[in-house]
Design a protein around this ligand. Structure first.
Ligand code: 3PG
Length: 200
């Protein structure tokens, strides 16, 4: 009996490169979502949740068009957020990132991530397959949480658009990281969203 959580970052959205915060998917984002659907269409999902933001909602709709058995629902715990602020342990190299982020945003992000972990990283009975369509930092936080890494470690993790990260918990065992940012379903030219292209 295993509880699986599939974490997916939304597809690339239009004008992402111009710094626009939200919006519909780009043609490349639509393609990423379609290929992701092909990749995961054999999984018997019990529930599918998505961030209410447009880019995540559109990704969910594309998945649902190709996977009629799923019925994605919005969940505010999956909104984009900043999970922590600068702490004494955070390496100084990350300090500039926090320059434009208010204390209120950080407080809200901390509360949201605490609630999200409480909601989703809780053992459910039987074999469970849950799909969460969300944002880069949210996925980073879940992975950090499962690995028990220091709080600031979420900042060292990134996921590509429509990359697939899988967590699992077998009954009586701790959560484990099955795979991280798997992009095997995406041709090289549509692997977007990472700060820099991986060396291989
Ligand atoms: O990584 C980021 O800049 C933020 O978490 C936004 O992530 P998103 O592009 O996945 O929405």
């Amino acid at each position: 009996m295993t509880h699986y959580i599939y974490l997916v970052r939304h597809g690339e959205h239009q004008h992402a490169e111009h710094g626009l915060e939200d919006g519909p998917l780009s043609p490349r984002g639509v393609r990423q979502a379609g290929l992701l659907a092909d990749r995961i269409s054999g999984v018997p999902f019990d529930s599918v949740w998505h961030s209410p933001l447009v880019r995540a909602h559109e990704t969910a709709k594309i998945l649902a068009e190709r996977m009629p058995a799923i019925d994605p629902q919005p969940n505010a715990l999956l909104f984009d957020c900043v999970p922590t602020g600068m702490t004494e342990e955070t390496p100084a190299v990350f300090e500039p990132f926090f320059g434009s982020i208010s204390d209120d945003e950080i407080e809200a992000g901390q509360a949201q991530m605490a609630d999200a972990v409480g909601e989703f990283l809780t053992r459910k009975q039987g074999d469970v397959h849950e799909l969460l369509i969300t944002h880069n930092f949210v996925i980073s936080w879940f992975v950090r949480e499962v690995l028990g890494a220091e709080e600031w470690r979420w900042m060292t993790l990134n996921q590509a658009h429509c990359g697939l990260t899988v967590l699992a918990q077998k009954k009586g065992r701790p959560w484990s990281l099955v795979s991280h940012n798997d992009v095997a379903h995406l041709p090289f030219e549509i692997r977007t969203g990472l700060p820099e292209a991986p060396p291989v």
